[in-house]
Ligand binder design. Structure first.
Ligand SMILES: *[C@@H]1O[C@H](CO)[C@@H](O)[C@H](O)[C@H]1NC(C)=O
Ligand SMILES: *[C@@H]1O[C@H](CO)[C@@H](O)[C@H](O)[C@H]1NC(C)=O
Ligand SMILES: *[C@@H]1O[C@H](CO)[C@@H](O)[C@H](O)[C@H]1NC(C)=O
Ligand SMILES: *[C@@H]1O[C@H](CO)[C@@H](O)[C@H](O)[C@H]1NC(C)=O
Ligand SMILES: *[C@@H]1O[C@H](CO)[C@@H](O)[C@H](O)[C@H]1NC(C)=O
Ligand SMILES: *[C@@H]1O[C@H](CO)[C@@H](O)[C@H](O)[C@H]1NC(C)=O
Ligand SMILES: *[C@@H]1O[C@H](CO)[C@@H](O)[C@H](O)[C@H]1NC(C)=O
Ligand SMILES: *[C@@H]1O[C@H](CO)[C@@H](O)[C@H](O)[C@H]1NC(C)=O
Ligand SMILES: [Cu+2]
Length: 575
């Protein structure tokens, strides 16, 4: 009797234990990088995909899990995959940027990215980090928390919304053209919601994202900006959103009618379906650019729909041609006031459970310009950039040149003859009125080089990013691999080291992996450099990365084994 009772209790316990999330697991995925014909806006384009999906598959893991993703390169082109925002503690081998942490996976070959997801939870994403492949090779990377969400709402459903850009032709051709001529890129033909342009574009009624919802519920929208070259505004008609997390870190909740999101950023919002649906049951979701550049750009608007499952008898199809308009809550493209107000609202949650670990003291401050440039055209060439020159970009006047080997591997193997220098300048080599500079001065050249900033393990590092007026003042979304950072200050004009630090927020600054540096201003970031390896720092506008707006951050190993990188994996793609 007794033993069968115990058995029964055990059985009940066993059945009711949530096996999915309780203890860390190894989660395995397989990605086949392969070509697929995709039709949008009446154009069929052969695009690179993962597993034939555009956008690619969503990866869902739990905090603390070991993740193993086997990537098989089925196409002729080289590729790599980056797990954007995953800190990669001691596993720089799995970070992904080509020629920074690894050489590419070549045709017919495979590499298994292995890492642990530690001390972060929320919405991230993954994307190719070779050439312009991330235009179509991207997807959501969701880290479910171990503990309940730190907000009271009961979530009915979690919905990834990936904002992207679509070109009516091969993106590789655009990059090739830029390299050949020195000219800028063609802008995209459409913005997309989860790969769908929406009914404001030609031939796109059937390619419109429709999300069904029930009234009186709370939904979590996991919004990702996977666009290549454009900051975006996003809104949902007649609904307010509560921002609760950015870049997989919880924020103090605040409500807003729209968000501004830069390429590389993620924003998780709660949306209460508290509106009275009209006869169609539809509310428009819309995204369009936040414009800070004078370059040609795609000024179109993508829409999708939130469809209330209303009375049940409604059978309106989104294919109705006249359907769709732009809600008034979508900010105007030049609305810097809105963009600034929105980003200024972001704060770390900063509770005992989720503390804000911003370094209060620093060991080193590095000030770097982030700049566009125009290189003089070689005498024997014709260049198609502005004034017959070559577009380029730089940090502290160095245009990043990708080396032939991966920087991380050279570092790990102590190779000294690699052409990589540890002497990235710690301040602008020539001081000038950065944001006041004549937009088109005579000499806008930069220097080419592969220079990295090397710091000891555990350095409390401050990096000040300073926009410049060369060509035009512009918002640059700067992404740092391998670490999150705290945005302790932002401002307009030139950073003043004597005055500005006094106004830093060292209490609850937002923690992110990508910062939109204000147009014509600066942003100060603080980093606990506690992840040994070599980490790419770059603008997440792909055109600017192509032009060299990038650098490397090397965090040296510490004295303890736990402060060193894990050994080189067996299947690592060397070159
Ligand atoms: C894609 O379309 C091209 C023609 O545009 C065709 O040659 C090719 O076979 C198609 N590929 C697939 C996988 O359908
Ligand atoms: C692809 O990667 C391999 C290994 O790094 C390299 O040898 C080759 O030149 C690359 N191909 C192209 C087209 O860049
Ligand atoms: C850029 O767009 C123009 C106009 O649509 C087109 O003719 C050209 O082929 C495109 N260039 C590239 C490199 O895609
Ligand atoms: C949104 O709100 C406005 C103003 O209250 C109203 O006129 C409009 O019909 C609403 N939109 C929908 C789709 O219900
Ligand atoms: C977008 O740009 C085109 C071409 O410059 C222009 O004709 C059109 O009016 C613009 N549309 C919007 C919504 O600004
Ligand atoms: C152009 O000149 C550079 C040196 O300035 C030289 O390296 C290059 O080979 C020349 N290219 C052609 C096509 O003549
Ligand atoms: C690189 O140098 C360090 C110290 O100088 C040494 O500990 C390490 O074993 C060397 N690594 C390799 C791969 O030779
Ligand atoms: C950048 O470097 C180029 C090439 O050395 C030089 O001509 C230019 O004056 C430098 N500009 C700045 C702002 O440092
Ligand atoms: Cu940029």
């Amino acid at each position: 009797m007794e033993s069968s009772l115990i058995l029964g209790v055990l059985l009940v316990l066993f059945i009711t234990l949530p096996t999915s999330s309780c203890s860390p697991k190894t989660r395995r995925f397989e990605f086949n990088v392969e070509w697929k014909n995709v039709t949008r806006l009446c154009n069929t384009v052969r695009v690179l995909t993962v597993n034939g999906e555009y956008p690619g598959p969503t990866i869902t893991v739990y905090e603390g899990d070991n993740v193993q993703i086997k990537v098989n390169n089925r196409g002729p082109d080289n590729t790599t995959i980056h797990w954007h925002g995953v800190k990669q503690l001691r596993t720089g081998w799995a970070d992904g940027p080509a020629y920074v942490t690894q050489c590419p996976i070549t045709q017919g070959n495979s590499y298994t990215y292995k890492f642990t997801v530690t001390a972060q939870r929320g919405t991230l994403w993954w994307h190719a980090h070779y050439s312009w492949q991330r235009a179509t090779v991207h997807g959501a990377f969701i880290i479910k928390p171990r503990k309940p969400y730190p907000f009271p709402a009961r979530i009915r459903e979690e919905i990834p919304i990936i904002l992207g850009e679509w070109w009516n032709g091969p993106v590789q051709a655009i990059e090739d053209y830029m390299k050949l001529t020195g000219d800028g890129p063609n802008s995209s033909n459409a913005y997309t919601f989860n790969g769908l342009p929406g009914s404001l574009y030609p031939c796109s009624n059937k390619d419109t994202f429709v999300q069904k919802v029930e009234g009186g519920q709370t939904y979590m929208l996991r919004i990702i900006n996977a666009a290549l070259n454009q900051e975006l505004f996003f809104t949902v008609e007649n609904h307010t959103m509560t921002v609760v997390e950015v870049d997989a870190t919880y924020t103090k909740p605040f409500t807003t009618t729209a968000i501004m999101i830069t390429p590389g950023q993620t924003t998780t919002v709660l949306l209460a379906t508290d509106q009275k649906p009209g006869s169609t049951g539809m509310f428009v979701m819309a995204a369009r650019p936040y414009l800070t550049s004078l370059f040609p750009f795609d000024n179109s608007t993508s829409i999708g729909f939130l469809k209330y499952k209303a009375s049940g008898t409604l059978k309106l199809k989104p294919q109705t041609p006249s359907l769709g308009y732009i809600p008034s809550s979508l900010p105007k493209m030049e609305d810097t006031v809105f963009a600034t107000k929105f980003t200024d609202n972001l704060r770390s949650l900063g509770t005992t459970e989720y503390p804000c670990n911003v370094p209060k003291q620093i060991d080193k401050r590095v000030i770097t310009t982030i700049s566009l440039n125009l290189q003089d055209c070689p005498k024997n060439k014709t260049c198609k950039g502005l004034y017959g020159k070559i577009f380029s970009a730089s940090m502290n006047n160095i245009s990043f040149v990708r080396p032939k080997m991966s920087i991380l591997e050279c570092h790990y193997k102590n190779l000294s003859n690699s052409g990589i220098d540890n002497n990235f300048p710690e301040k602008p080599p020539n001081a000038f009125d950065y944001t006041g500079v004549d937009a088109l001065s005579e000499n806008m050249n930069s220097e080419f080089g592969t220079k990295i900033l090397a710091v000891p393990y555990g350095t409390k590092l401050e990096i000040v990013l300073q926009d410049t007026g060369f060509m035009n003042l512009e918002n640059h979304p700067i992404h740092i691999h391998g670490h999150n950072f705290y945005i302790v200050g932002t401002g307009l004009g030139n950073f003043n080291p004597a005055k500005d630090p006094a106004n830093y927020n060292l209490v609850d600054p937002p923690e992110r992996n990508t910062v939109g540096v204000p147009m014509g201003g600066w942003a100060a970031l603080r980093i606990n450099a506690d992840n040994p390896g070599v980490w790419f720092i770059h603008c997440h506008l792909e055109e600017h990365t192509s032009w060299g707006l990038a650098m490397g951050l090397m965090v040296k190993s510490g004295s303890k084994p736990s402060q060193c990188m894990l050994p080189l994996p067996d299947d690592f793609p060397s070159c």
